[in-house]
Design a protein around this ligand. Structure first.
Ligand SMILES: Cc1cc2nc3c(=O)[nH]c(=O)nc-3n(C[C@H](O)[C@H](O)[C@H](O)COP(=O)(O)OP(=O)(O)OC[C@H]3O[C@@H](n4cnc5c(N)ncnc54)[C@H](O)[C@@H]3O)c2cc1C
Length: 386
């Protein structure tokens, strides 16, 4: 039996942001997760609102009011504009570590995707943010590829840059046997000289930018970029990626780091099957392989994302019983204080934070970030009174 103040179910963006914040407030916090969710698979760039009414959004905060009035059940409407802003600001402050996120909170930048298109986003890892459309326009770009790397086609990116966006671009493929991005990133983390040597065999003199797939290390990305820039004489950036995604893995590790530093236990492979709100707190049933575990907590934050496959049974002290089942098209509803509302019943000690609150309009990591932040703010208010 484990006893904590806060049990968080799910270790994606929403769960880890919530756990970091409750543990900072000196609430003992445990995270349980059946596995890794979509955060680790994602491109790692954080959207607040990239598209609305069929158009790219340039200034997301300017259209947020209109967006929430048309989507009144969207998490941004529940959380409110002020907290959306606080959540993004706090993300910038608290997660400035081995990876740095860049971007103004006012303006979406457009960044290069692995298809050679540009996608609007608010925050991105600095290695990716260097390759905005604005920077590339009027520049000469060499798209660097690795011969066996899956899901990366430098010829396609270079052609799109030339034909769709009018950017002068060529490509080159370097010989490397790694087919998967994570092993290649680990290789470059320990040895970047071989790649520099191979690139120096090409005539790089006329290129302003070298566009790499996002494999420039896991924890040393900034250093590797500087080594490349000093040796190759051109600016270096990473494009966005398909899964499996090194920037997604960097983000996952970045989110876990302060939790671990604050003493949060993260239990992977722990699947929550039942949560009973007793009115005084919660009892959570867990399956770990074939072993049963139980957690007693003052509150639970459900942060199970949209990929949740396993039904969680929810009960209360008065015999109310329901099943949360996203596969059946059910989404989480919360009240303004982020408490779970199900079949008209509000649970006193169960809060929700994740992309599964987003019913109609998917807004990606921004939703998970804001709901994770907001649920933790409400839990701290409830348990600590401030
Ligand atoms: C390929 C891809 C690319 C993307 N690109 C972008 C992008 O460019 N920009 C953007 O903003 N967003 C993007 N997204 C969306 C973004 O990744 C998600 O919206 C976000 O990661 C959701 O975070 P979350 O914390 O809500 O859920 P998740 O990260 O999915 O985490 C859910 C967690 O809950 C756990 N869980 C589920 N059920 C249980 C249970 N019963 N018991 C215990 N644990 C459980 C899971 O194991 C997991 O740990 C992308 C997604 C994908 C898949």
């Amino acid at each position: 039996m484990h006893e904590v103040d806060v049990a968080v179910i799910g270790c994606g963006m929403a769960g880890l942001v919530a756990a970091r914040k409750t543990s900072e407030a000196k609430l003992s916090t445990m995270v349980v997760a059946s596995g890794l969710g979509s955060t680790v698979l994602s491109s790692g760039t954080i959207d607040l609102l990239g598209y609305f009414n069929g158009r790219n959004v340039k200034k997301p905060l300017e259209v947020l009011g209109d967006f929430v009035s048309r989507n009144p059940s969207h998490p941004y409407a529940i959380v409110g504009r002020e907290r959306v802003l606080e959540a993004f600001q706090e993300f910038r402050e608290k997660y400035d570590s081995f990876i740095r996120y860049e971007g103004s909170l006012e303006i979406n930048e457009t960044l290069l995707t692995p298809l050679g298109l540009f996608k609007p986003t608010l925050l991105a890892q600095s290695s990716i943010m260097r390759g905005t459309r604005e920077n590339l326009e009027g520049s000469k770009v060499l798209v660097v590829g690795f011969r066996h790397l899956v899901n990366h086609t430098p010829a396609l990116i270079a052609r799109s840059l030339r034909e769709i966006w009018g950017v002068d671009a060529d490509y080159v493929k370097l010989d490397r046997s790694e087919a998967q991005p994570v092993p290649l990133a680990l290789l470059l983390e320990s040895n970047s000289e071989d790649t520099i040597k191979s690139l120096n065999e090409h005539n790089l003199g006329s290129y302003d930018y070298l566009a790499f797939p996002p494999v420039l290390g896991l924890r040393r990305t900034e250093e590797i970029i500087h080594e490349f820039e000093d040796s190759l004489g051109a600016k270096v950036f990473e494009t966005m990626s398909f899964p499996p995604s090194v920037p997604g893995l960097r983000l996952q590790q970045l989110l876990e780091k302060p939790c671990i530093e604050n003493g949060v236990e993260i239990k992977l492979g722990w699947q929550s099957t039942e949560i009973r709100d007793t009115g005084q707190g919660c009892k959570i049933k867990i399956m770990e392989n074939d072993t049963k575990q139980e957690i007693l907590s003052k509150v639970v934050i459900i942060a199970t994302g949209q990929l949740m496959r396993d039904t969680i049974s929810i009960k209360d002290e008065n015999g109310f019983q329901a099943s949360l089942n996203l596969q059946a098209g059910e989404y989480f509803k919360t009240d303004k204080e982020m408490r779970l509302v199900f079949n008209g019943k509000t649970f006193k000690n169960i809060f929700a934070a994740c992309s599964a609150i987003s019913e109609n309009y998917m807004t990606g990591l921004g939703t998970a970030l804001c709901t994770g932040y907001s649920s933790a703010v409400e839990v701290i208010k409830y348990l600590k009174g401030y």
